[in-house]
Design a protein around this ligand. Structure first.
Ligand code: MN
Ligand code: MN
Length: 484
């Protein structure tokens, strides 16, 4: 019975159930059982019409004030027109952004989606944007022309995979620890038919992954090394000795900097430091649904970089899995140290292509701004392949030079130092450091996605899922699309 004059207590909101959300997102990726479905065309009054500026009627006044600018909306009875801007500058990224604005306007039920003529390459991005934009609304069914159905399904997979990656990164670091990340990897493997091996803290040490062991040593949540194996569409083929593609992702579930402690402000969003591994995990979950015809192996080093008892000290020397000695001069340069072990292991299988994703250096963001990721590599053809996939997927990538002139920044007489001598060019010297762990003849591309992995302040769900769409484009060939 409320006391007169005293306001009732504010009801406490239930804590967000991160684990259940992640479990559901995994199921959505593996089964395609998300709240948004796509289906073939049917007579439905409610319609979304994507239009470019060039689609405006000759009597331009008929649509005014709607100018079909990117993401501009115009509701006209049952029709929601969505602007895509000028046709000549329309890219997958713009298409996805415009469609996401429209997706946020959707309500439950069926809706016909009118796609722009002659641009089947944009169908995945448009459907991806709609699905991403209307999360939390469903069930929604997007009806598209029969001929566009396969591309639409591909867009839906892109959206589901990116969402899983975002959830894994947004989850607080007390939810996503190295241990729970490995648990989710095992769940993904079970559900998606992947091979999975997990090494716990003790096995990481015993197996000689000295870099990962050192970085994880200052946390009670010890390091884990996860390996996933996708054997292609032929179920009898078994794991390949040399996979077509190997993926590596930086999985620092929280980066305090270790003993080389970050400032409080710099630490706030450091759950984002697992974005590379999260993107790879989410993509692996989607390979079967995407009918990936390649064999794919993922190597994911998970650790929490804390300055607790046992933490690695500046000046310590550790031995990586390939025998190279790493001098750890700054414990906040931990990403390259865990990637050294993971890349050495992944490269040892002689994959046809090796790609690593990492939130590695702030200087990659200084160079390219918050939305563009840096790619570096020795192999021009491999780099070009990844750049093409990024452009088709609508994820902006820009190549930085492989500048061996700076090798003296990272090499020492006895191995490598994790802290380069100069404080400039660090996106480049980080890549050179990693190159010490990958044989020169392995086609390898390093992607530093520090800028685009997160958007907004630390208190929000800022993870973008960056990298997932490029990897899916590399690995899966939807109907009518050759894999890049
Ligand atoms: Mn760091
Ligand atoms: Mn880091």
């Amino acid at each position: 019975m409320p006391t007169p004059g005293v306001p009732p207590p504010t009801p406490r909101r239930p804590a967000r159930a991160w684990a259940a959300e992640i479990d559901q997102a995994i199921d959505a990726v593996v089964d395609g059982a998300g709240p948004v479905a796509v289906a073939a065309d049917a007579p439905i009054a409610r319609r979304i019409a994507f239009v470019t500026r060039d689609d405006r009627p000759a009597d331009a006044g008929a649509w005014l004030p709607f100018g079909a600018e990117v993401g501009e909306l115009s509701a006209d009875g049952d029709v929601l027109r969505v602007g895509l801007g000028p046709a000549t500058s329309l890219t997958a990224e713009r298409a996805r952004r415009a469609a996401a604005v429209a997706g946020a306007r959707l309500s439950t039920g069926p809706v016909a989606v009118q796609l722009p003529d002659g641009r089947s390459d944009l169908v995945p991005a448009l459907i991806d944007g709609l699905v991403t934009g209307c999360r939390g609304i469903g069930p929604v069914t997007l009806h598209v022309a029969q001929a566009r159905l396969a591309d639409a399904e591909r867009g839906r997979l892109d959206a589901d995979v990116a969402r899983l990656a975002r959830l894994l990164v947004n989850a607080p670091a007390n939810v996503l620890t190295p241990r729970t990340a490995a648990d989710w990897a095992q769940r993904i493997a079970r559900r998606a038919g992947l091979g999975c091996t997990v090494l716990g803290p003790q096995q990481v040490v015993e197996s000689g992954f000295g870099g990962l062991a050192a970085v994880g040593a200052g946390s009670a949540n010890g390091p884990h090394l996860v390996q996933l194996e996708y054997s292609g569409t032929d179920p009898g083929s078994g794991p390949a000795a040399a996979p077509d593609v190997a993926l590596v992702g930086k999985g620092i579930t929280f980066d305090s900097g270790g003993l080389s402690l970050k400032s409080p402000a710099a630490m706030q969003a450091m759950r984002m430091d697992t974005a590379g591994a999260a993107a790879v995990l989410a993509v692996m979950a989607g390979l079967r649904r995407g009918r990936c015809a390649m064999t794919v192996r993922a190597v994911l080093p998970f650790a929490e970089n804390l300055p607790g008892p046992g933490a690695v000290r500046p000046g310590d020397a550790v031995t990586a899995w390939n025998g190279t000695q790493i001098q750890i001069l700054d414990t906040d340069f931990e990403g390259r140290v865990v990637l050294a072990d993971a890349l050495a292991l992944a490269a040892s299988a002689r994959p046809g292509l090796l790609v690593d994703l990492a939130t590695l250096t702030y200087q990659a963001e200084i160079a390219l701004g918050p939305q563009i990721a840096a790619v570096l590599g020795r192999d021009d053809a491999a780099v070009a392949r990844v750049l093409r996939a990024g452009a088709a997927a609508g994820e902006p990538l820009w190549r930085l030079p492989w500048a061996e002139r700076y090798l003296d920044q990272v090499r020492t007489p006895s191995g490598v130092r994790n802290h380069p001598l100069h404080d400039s060019g660090r996106a480049i010297t980080a890549a050179l450091f990693l190159g010490e762990f990958v044989a020169e003849d392995v086609p390898w591309v390093h992607c530093d996605m520090t800028g685009p992995a997160w958007s907004g302040d630390a208190s929000g769900d800022g993870a973008t899922g960056f990298g997932t769409r490029t990897l899916l484009r590399l690995l899966t060939a939807g109907a009518g699309h050759a894999a890049e």
